[in-house]
Design a protein around this ligand. Structure first.
Ligand code: FPP
Length: 260
């Protein structure tokens, strides 16, 4: 009996040990993050919300580097949603300024790390300076071969799907696609009309700050994504938290609707 318990304990210990190690051969290809909790992080410290966003960008910098070092191929960050326009103008301004500052300051480092900058969302509605800096950053990094850093800006999943349908109609009306094409539309073809047409679906979606909802993020693409939530607010989200998310992901059994 004792022997049995002893060996059971040993097995459990082994299991725990296994969970404690990151498997570098099974790193998710696409990690998407809803960076939430900046405002609450600042409030807890009696600081203005803008300070929370500032620390958030410093943290983003650290996590981008770690993701790239881990060998993640695509990192999508939800930086500004189609609904974030409902925030007070000063906060929107702060976020836009931080975006410009981040790209200006970090572009050479991102380039050095072989990162390719891309965006998803309708960036044409952002302030001109943001569009300009984003376009320069995308142009400058387009020939890199490392991690794709996808910044979701003025992004909303519903908007993205509606936009795809509108563009499909436009193509049909212009005679670029036939009625037969439309009748036979499938997932692969529809994917081509989405902002994410060049990236695979996210393997894991991380949300910080304890909220457990998607908030209009990657609604089409998350069909088989694994979700991972933490109470840690984004400014405090550490490399170790990212490792933990990936370790938990590595324990999941993904069946994509099939059986193992
Ligand atoms: C959520 O926290 C965060 C955002 C809406 C914006 C995220 C933006 C950044 C980290 C900075 C700008 C982006 C780049 C790419 C440089 P919240 O304000 O909703 O927090 P709360 O829920 O506690 O109020």
């Amino acid at each position: 009996m004792w022997k049995f318990l002893e060996s059971k304990e040993k097995n459990n210990k082994n299991n725990i040990e296994k969970k404690d190690e990151l498997n570098y051969n099974n790193i998710p290809k696409h990690v998407a993050i809803i960076m939430d909790g900046n405002g609450r992080w600042a409030k807890e410290r009696n600081l203005p919300r803008s300070f929370g966003h500032k620390v958030a960008v410093e943290n983003l910098n650290k996590i981008v580097k770690e993701a790239s070092d881990l060998g993640i191929k695509y990192l999508t960050l939800y930086a500004f949603s189609t609904e974030n326009w409902n925030r007070p103008p000063e906060e929107i301004n702060t976020l836009m300024k931080l975006l410009v500052e981040y790209l200006r300051k970090q572009l050479s480092e991102l380039n050095k790390n072989n990162v390719i900058i891309k965006t998803i969302g309708d960036i044409s509605k952002l302030p001109n300076i943001c569009i300009q800096v984003l376009e320069e950053s995308m142009e400058e990094t387009k020939n890199n071969s490392g991690m794709v850093l996808n910044l979701a800006l003025n992004y909303g999943g519903r908007h993205e799907i509606l936009n795809a349908v509108k563009n499909l109609f436009k193509e049909y009306n212009a005679g670029n696609i036939s009625k037969e094409d439309v009748d036979n539309i499938d997932v692969n073809m529809f994917n081509q009309y989405l902002y994410t047409k060049d990236s695979p679906d996210p393997d894991i979606i991380i949300r910080t700050s304890g909220e457990q909802r998607l908030s209009n993020f990657m609604l089409w693409q998350c069909a088989y994504s694994e979700f991972w939530y933490t109470n840690v607010k984004w400014p405090d989200f550490s490399k170790e938290d990212l490792h933990q998310a990936i370790k938990d992901y590595q324990l999941r059994h993904r069946r994509f609707g099939g059986i193992k």
